[in-house]
Write a protein that binds this ligand. Structure first.
Ligand code: CTP
Ligand code: CA
Length: 227
């Protein structure tokens, strides 16, 4: 593609971002979920759109307006998010997994409402597909896969493991701290790890500023690979 000199390598690129939590039905009125607010994914979508990308935001249930100019697809469960994402696997330039996808879902959601009775009941959970790993498995050398790893303090090695196992180009180790970083707050502490091992610790930033830093790193990757 032809770019104006000085324009972003993301200009005109098709970018798919997953965001928010998923909900996994227990019965007709109850679900398993997590505290993800969607703020990080939405911030990335807004920032990418501003750099000229064609952005599709696949989001679980959140209380956020879609950034202007971004195509928003609303889903509820991990299976729905996976199905919505797979449509773009073969045709997007960049896939960013920012969603807090529920790792497990109830094996057999009950129709209607479970009635109170026994003192103890059991709920069997089965594993959900790993959406980002699915993209990583089948991506071409012209496509980039970027993920997050939500970890507590000692998580840097886990983040590196996820980068390798999911065949990612870049991962953001997301330090989880209830007050400043992770779910449902406006700031984040990220460490960016490239597939070449390059590690960049970012300071405490607003999620908007962290999104800009992440996109700077992705642009750098695009330039290095002539994408
Ligand atoms: N992810 C995904 N689909 C899943 C689980 C995770 O796409 N079913 C993505 C997330 O969006 C994130 C990355 O994979 O970009 C890492 O998610 P995380 O929960 O940190 O790691 P997991 O691989 O699920 O491992 P664990 O929760 O055991 O740490
Ligand atoms: Ca997980």
């Amino acid at each position: 593609a032809l770019h104006n000199s000085g324009s972003s390598p993301l200009q005109g690129k098709s970018v798919v971002i997953t965001a928010g939590p998923t909900r996994e039905k227990i019965d007709g009125v109850r679900f398993i979920s997590n505290y993800s607010s969607g703020k990080m994914g939405f911030a990335i979508a807004r920032a990418a759109e501003k750099r000229g990308a064609l952005v599709t935001l696949i989001t679980g249930p959140v209380h956020l307006p879609a950034p202007p100019g971004v195509e928003r697809l609303d889903v509820e469960s991990a299976l729905e998010m996976n199905a919505a994402a797979e449509v773009f696997f073969g045709k997007c330039d960049l896939f960013i997994g920012a969603a807090a996808v529920s790792d497990y879902r109830p094996a057999t959601p009950i129709e209607g409402k479970i009635k109170k009775g026994a003192e103890n009941i059991e709920l069997t959970l089965v594993k959900n597909p790993d959406i980002l790993a699915g993209f990583g498995r089948q991506k071409s050398s012209a496509q980039l896969a970027v993920g997050f790893a939500l970890e507590t303090r000692t998580g840097l090695d886990n983040a590196r493991k996820k980068l390798a196992e999911k065949n990612l180009d870049l991962i953001a180790f997301n330090y989880f701290d209830r007050k400043n970083s992770g779910f449902d707050v406006d700031t984040n502490i990220l460490t960016l790890i490239g597939c070449d091992g390059m590690t960049t610790e970012l300071p405490l930033l607003t999620k908007d500023a962290a999104a800009e830093k992440l996109l700077d790193a992705i642009e750098q990757l695009c330039l290095e690979r002539a994408l």
